[in-house]
Write a protein that binds this ligand. Sequence first.
Ligand code: ADP
Ligand code: MG
Length: 290
Amino acid sequence: DRLRPAGAEAITISVGNFKGGVGKTTTAMTLAQGLTLLGHKVLVIDTDPQGSLTTLFGKLPDAEVTEQDTILPLILGNEDSIRYAIRPTYWDGIDLVAAAPALFGAEFALPSRQTQEPEFEFWNVLHYGVDDVRPDYDVIVIDTPPSLSYTTINAFMASNGIVMPLPPNALDFASAAQFWSIFSDLTDELLTRRGLDKEFDFLHILLSRVDSSDVTANIVRQWIQTTYAEKVLPVEIPKTAVTATASAEFGTVYDVERYDGNAKTFKRARDAYDLFVSYVETSIQSVWRK
Ligand code: ADP
Ligand code: MG
């Protein structure tokens, strides 16, 4: 039985990596779609001011998204619950909280609120903001900016678990190390100093954009597996034209019904995402049943 147990609330998952172009947004959208195919109801929150995820859902961040469609009013303290910003999407079972460039304002608003009210928890605004809607969804998927911003911290603190897409190349591997060390700085220093605690139920690294023709990928894959061991999911997302093409057409491999390119590569991409989604779903089930 895959359904959410009675009384259980939405599991929140952030897709994060401080590097851009690693596949965060693509991963967030395919994860959300794949989870609905398993019968779950999903809320997607775009916290990147660049609004790539919002764009994939067919809404242009500059033209078609107002501040009221984003987390900004919550960040500014004008709203307590994210509910005001929830909109339906073209995809059955997915609702969206969009992003727009105005969200950059969060980076000024949060530290400023902290200065004015010492009791304010700048890192927990989103965490408290989604509380009210947790009973309405099975999963909340949050896409994050490619930076360690106040917004990113809020996304992580609101999350039960993290998925970190990581292409097996040397520079991305190096930045992954920074990602995890900042993570532990956050949880160990900031929070324990305040007498608070934060534990993630799961941390998954997803090998993404894996280029089979890249000879160094094998070496770096070894480093990643040695360093992160069981955190690395036993699945790889191949770098394929169909994934890139799908996003150019505002969608993912789950939106592609007919593909004129290589059918085998298409199936490989689809199978990889299906497998990835099933691993994350297993983690979701185990948090529900804990
Ligand atoms: P991020 O959110 O980390 O910046 P994106 O998901 O936006 O990364 O991906 C960056 C670019 O790479 C996009 O143009 C996307 O279409 C492309 N891309 C992502 N995953 C793949 C893949 N598996 N194969 C080919 N292209 C990909
Ligand atoms: Mg992105």
